[in-house]
Design a protein around this ligand. Structure first.
Ligand code: AMP
Length: 256
């Protein structure tokens, strides 16, 4: 189970599933420099190794892999992974190079740990599509298990980056989950997606401390961007926004 540490209940949901299903659970904690396209985001990424280790021990984890950067990258990788369409939209478009970094580090971890099962969160839905592509195209003999998003009581998706929000930003950040909930409800009531999308974009524009990057309807597996909602297709709404300096992402699956 790859993580970047600063663990929260969302990570522990993955751990719990793994402990229940596997004979041996290995969790890695590694803040992977190559997947950050923003140096400040990397430098300020929260870290709480001691607390993380205590949490993982109580959760019944067998091994924690805590490598140094030099161990994972004795030399800078020359190889570049390109995930085609997934690179051109949403996280791929707004974070150039991010998925290459994710693909390379997850491949390295898969080779080192050699898991039979690997657990990833729905919170990073596009990352799930990336990992599934990686496993399929490079024939990793690994089953990918996706775990639902864990939320705070008010709906904010748990994220290590939430620790960097001020009290006021924490309140403001609720617009992300609220916008997803409102949009999903309106789609189910039959409202046109483009109308819903425009209304949500306007609501974001009214919030001074929030900067919306995208609010899109996609087919859940291919990540094809949709202009119309189809209740017979597997769809999700994906959002990314800055609250102050902190970039947060979330998504809602609207039919299964
Ligand atoms: P990270 O430490 O952010 O790289 O996340 C490690 C793993 O935990 C990834 O597979 C994430 O998708 C997953 N994860 C992060 N936040 C959540 C959450 N709120 N609910 C479920 N899974 C999560």
């Amino acid at each position: 189970m790859p993580t970047m540490g600063a663990l929260h209940q969302g990570h522990l949901d993955l751990v719990k599933k793994c402990v229940a299903q596997a004979d041996c659970t290995v969790v890695s904690i590694f803040v992977n420099p190559t997947q950050f396209n923003n140096q400040e985001d990397f430098e300020k990424y929260p870290s709480s190794v001691k607390e993380d280790l205590d949490l993982l021990e109580s959760a019944g984890v067998d091994y924690v892999f805590l490598p140094e950067v030099d161990t994972m990258y004795p030399s800078s990788p020359v190889l570049k992974l390109n995930f085609g369409h997934l690179e051109t939209i949403l996280e791929g478009a707004f974070r150039p190079g991010h998925f290459n970094g994710v693909g390379v580090i997850v491949s390295k971890l898969f080779h080192i740990i050699r898991p039979d099962l690997a657990f990833f969160g729905q919170k990073d839905l596009q990352q799930v599509a990336i990992i599934q592509t990686l496993v399929r195209d490079l024939s990793f003999p690994i089953e990918i298990i996706v775990v639902p998003t864990r939320r705070e009581e008010d709906g904010l998706a748990m994220s290590s980056r939430n620790r960097r929000l001020s009290d006021l930003e924490r309140k403001t950040a609720l617009i992300i989950f609220d916008s997803l909930s409102v949009a999903a409800k309106e789609l189910k009531e039959g409202k046109e997606w483009l109308v819903v999308q425009e209304q949500i974009i306007r609501q974001f524009q009214e919030q001074e401390s929030v900067k919306l990057e995208y609010f899109e309807l996609v087919e859940r597996e291919t990540f094809e961007i949709k202009k119309h909602f189809d209740p017979h297709q597997k769809m999700a709404i994906c959002v990314a926004a800055y609250v102050g300096e902190i970039r947060l992402i979330d998504n809602l699956i609207i039919n299964s």
